[in-house]
Design a binder for this molecule. Structure first.
Ligand code: ATP
Ligand code: MG
Length: 256
């Protein structure tokens, strides 16, 4: 089982959109895929038409009174399951902090699922907290969507500082440009320069497209209702790169 975390400290950059669509593509390719909606706001659960989880769940999970597997729901799509968000995920930080190995709790909860799934996609909340440290520990690949704007780039510098050189060496991480617009000169400039500055930043962009916003009305992955759109092609290209990366040992250096 591989774990792919879609993460950014910044909100509204396309994390959930990416998690939902990549998971859909993975399942289509035949991988037994699970999306874990870690954001208490529950956007990924909403897109898959699944109601939020039960209250008090997190505490029971941590105490071993309940297994993660008990909360898994099937989606409308074959090979694609979901662990719905839960309001008690807001307490995740506090509960993890009470444990001895406080950064390994997410991995501990996921481990019993390792036979049942080929891929777990974590839709992460926008924060920098103990949960993020757990995510860094658990993930085989940290995927960071980033809008090519100055504030997004600032947040990316902050993230790299927070991760620090030690963890950076061990962490497999890639960033890509999300909601990009090549007609905007600032977007173009950032997309040209940032990949040269950071080995982790890929020269890959998912463009702005109003079709994506329809996900809220369709309540389904974009790839399921507009599979041949330009933005769908971009997600296909992203998935190809990600699937290549997660099936090989990763390092923080760019190949080639
Ligand atoms: N390529 C795109 N083109 C147009 N709109 C997009 C695109 N990607 C995402 N969006 C829209 O941008 C908004 C934010 O996207 P999304 O919810 O995926 O971000 P997020 O990083 O998960 O946000 P949050 O931090 O709140 O969880 C949504 O309304 C979504 O429909
Ligand atoms: Mg989100």
């Amino acid at each position: 089982m591989k774990i792919l975390a879609v993460y950014n400290i910044k909100g509204g950059v396309g994390k959930t959109t990416t998690a939902v669509n990549l998971a859909y593509l993975a399942a289509q390719k035949g991988l037994r895929t699970l999306v874990w909606d870690l954001d208490p706001q529950g956007a990924a659960s909403f897109y898959f038409r699944i109601r939020q989880g039960i209250r008090g769940n997190m505490k029971k999970l941590m105490k071993g009174q309940r297994e993660l597997a008990d909360s898994i729901k099937a989606t409308d799509f074959e090979k694609l399951d979901l662990l719905p968000a839960d309001f008690t995920y807001r307490d995740m930080d506090i509960l993890f902090d009470q444990e001895k190995k406080r950064t390994r709790q997410l991995l501990r909860l996921l481990r019993p699922l390792s036979e049942a799934y080929d891929l777990v996609v974590l839709d992460c909340p926008p924060s920098m907290s103990l949960i993020s440290d757990n995510i860094f520990r658990a993930t085989d690949l940290l995927l960071v969507p980033m809008i090519p704007t100055v504030l997004s780039v600032n947040a990316f510098h902050q993230l790299m500082q927070h991760i620090g050189p030690g963890v950076r060496k061990q962490l497999s991480m890639r960033a890509f440009f999300s909601i990009g617009d090549r007609r905007k000169s600032m977007h173009k400039e950032i997309m040209r320069t940032l990949p040269a500055e950071y080995a982790e930043v890929m020269d890959l962009m998912v463009p702005y497209n109003a079709q994506v916003e329809r996900m809220g009305l369709e309540r389904a992955p974009l790839l399921s209702y507009a599979p041949r759109s330009e933005v769908a092609n971009a997600y296909q290209a992203l998935w190809q790169e990600i699937s290549r990366l997660i099936h090989m040992p990763l390092s923080y250096k760019k190949p080639g």
